[in-house]
Design a protein around this ligand. Structure first.
Ligand SMILES: Cc1ncc(COP(=O)(O)O)c(C=O)c1O
Length: 485
């Protein structure tokens, strides 16, 4: 076994030299040539978030009596979010570490409330649209709730009637997106709200990615902003991530409830053990106070005016991207996106090849596998920084698209063999075949292949279970110290 913990500590200077060196491997996100994972609104905001985060790095919200500063900042941030979401006098909330944690807690809240109201209930169901974020499936997996997936209408919005038909005695919650990550399209919140009210059900809005933009679009007086918040009758909880379009530090989302009677079911207290008194509003116990302070600082720095200005500009940038992409022969934006994120498909050439070509030009968009409603596509999450990059991106996109079309037929012929082989291997998944399959996909020794088009195309034709297992195997390898990487 190789030893990696140094016998004697390394100097501070050397440590930071090494950290800088490690950072060289990463995507240079400061250029803005990336359309996922980071949200940029300029250096000043980044610095404010960083400084505030560092100030409260060591403070720990696990005990708010020790750190009243964190409790104060959290309640103020939550109150600001409540204003954005029209929560009125009674809405309450909690800061979590991200969208996933907010969603996990929304589902846990619904299950605990159902159990409190009906202690004999043993089956729990959650109604979700086809386009909802994977975090809901994760919540179902963690908390033993059955997901009941409803279809979409031709405009990619959830079919409200199908939601109504899916209600059973086991239903604990209906959820919908504002907007869905996949398409950037808002579900019919008002329609589903009526159904939730009529059936006395909880209704959660996943506004993780778009809540801040939609909220400030409304406050900025933009036209045709879809209604999605507590002003819609029937909505009982909303998740909204501040570490996305709130432009604060990572590790910050808010889970809002219509009032305290709902939030109560989110909390966990333990009296069974012999240690310190434990009552947690969130899943984690000990954590850093950094994200709370960063959110407080950035929100106060930007204020309503700052966010409205960013929102207006980002929507304008998004419309320029959408018009430019639709103007390229063979590319088509999916549906009518209503926030600052969207996906587009290719009617000519393959989107995965296009992804690789764009990558070669140092643009990072996100690929999405095909689904029941839409072929494989590429996804863009637009933020403030993209304002100055629209023209350059569109020129490169057009050039890459033309290149892919020229190369397309040759590639297809050579890859057909591989895809057929992979499909055969997948039919008989012995551990040996599984390893072979992983290797063919380029998933060996945790290595990341240079080109992802073939892998994506193959994943698209494999059964979901095989894809899931392959991804888990890959990740299991990836997080090991590996000299070859
Ligand atoms: C609509 C939506 N919900 C939930 C999440 C999960 O958020 P997180 O990655 O912060 O856990 C995302 C992430 O992009 C999202 O877009």
């Amino acid at each position: 076994m190789t030893h990696i913990l140094p016998e004697k500590g390394i100097s501070k200077q050397e440590i930071f030299a090494q950290l800088k060196q490690k950072q060289q491997q990463d995507f240079d996100w400061r250029t803005g040539r990336i359309f996922c994972s980071v949200y940029l609104a300029g250096k000043e905001i980044e610095e404010i978030a960083k400084e505030a985060y560092s100030m409260f790095l060591t403070e720990n919200p696990v005990d708010p009596t020790l750190f009243p500063s964190l409790r104060d900042m959290e309640t103020e941030v939550v109150a600001m979010c409540s204003e954005v979401l029209q929560g009125g006098e009674n809405a309450v909330g909690t800061l979590t570490t991200g969208g996933t944690e907010s969603i996990l807690l929304a589902v846990k809240t619904a299950k605990n409330r159902a159990k409190a109201l009906n202690p004999t209930q043993t089956e729990f169901e959650l109604i979700i649209p086809y386009s909802i974020h994977s975090a809901f499936f994760k919540a179902c997996d963690y908390f033993e709730v059955t997901p009941i997936v409803i279809p979409l209408r031709p405009d990619f919005k959830a079919d409200a009637k199908a939601a109504e038909n899916a209600i059973s005695k086991n239903t604990i919650l209906i959820a919908a997106s504002a907007p869905s990550y996949v398409f950037g399209i808002v579900d019919p919140i008002k329609e589903i709200g009526v159904i939730a009210l009529n059936n006395n059900l909880l209704f959660h809005i996943d506004a993780c990615i778009g809540g801040v933009v939609l909220g400030f679009n409304r406050l900025a007086g933009l036209e045709n902003v879809p209604e999605f918040d507590f002003s819609v009758p029937g909505v009982t909880s909303i998740s909204m991530d501040l570490h996305k379009y709130g432009y604060t530090a990572k590790g910050c989302s808010v889970l809002m409830h219509k009032d305290k009677t709902y939030r109560k079911h989110q909390y966990y207290a333990c009296s069974e053990w012999t240690g310190y008194t434990l009552v947690n509003p969130t899943i984690l116990s000990t954590k850093t106070g950094g994200p709370i302070a960063a959110a407080w600082a950035v929100m106060n720095f930007l204020g309503k005016e700052g966010y409205c200005d960013i929102s207006r500009k980002t929507m304008n940038t998004t419309h320029r991207f959408i018009e430019g992409i639709n103007a390229i022969d063979g590319l088509q934006v999916v549906g009518n996106p209503e926030v600052s994120l969207f996906s587009f498909t290719t009617t000519k050439g393959n989107p995965y090849d296009l992804f690789d070509e764009l990558n070669e030009k140092r643009w990072f968009v996100q690929f999405q596998l095909s689904n029941e409603y839409c072929p494989a596509n590429l996804h863009l999450t637009v933020s403030k920084i993209h304002e100055t990059l629209v023209d350059e991106f569109l020129i490169d996109l057009k050039a890459c698209h033309e290149k892919v079309q020229k190369k397309g037929l040759v590639k297809k012929a050579t890859e057909k063999v591989t895809i057929e082989t992979v499909k055969k291997l997948a039919q008989n998944l012995s551990s040996e075949n599984f390893e072979k399959l992983g290797k063919m996909l380029g998933f060996s020794n945790g290595a990341v292949p240079d080109k992802l088009a073939l892998i994506n195309r193959i994943m698209d034709v494999l059964p979901p279970d095989t894809v899931r297992n392959t991804l888990i195997d890959y990740m299991n390898d990836f997080y090991t110290v590996n000299e070859k990487r």
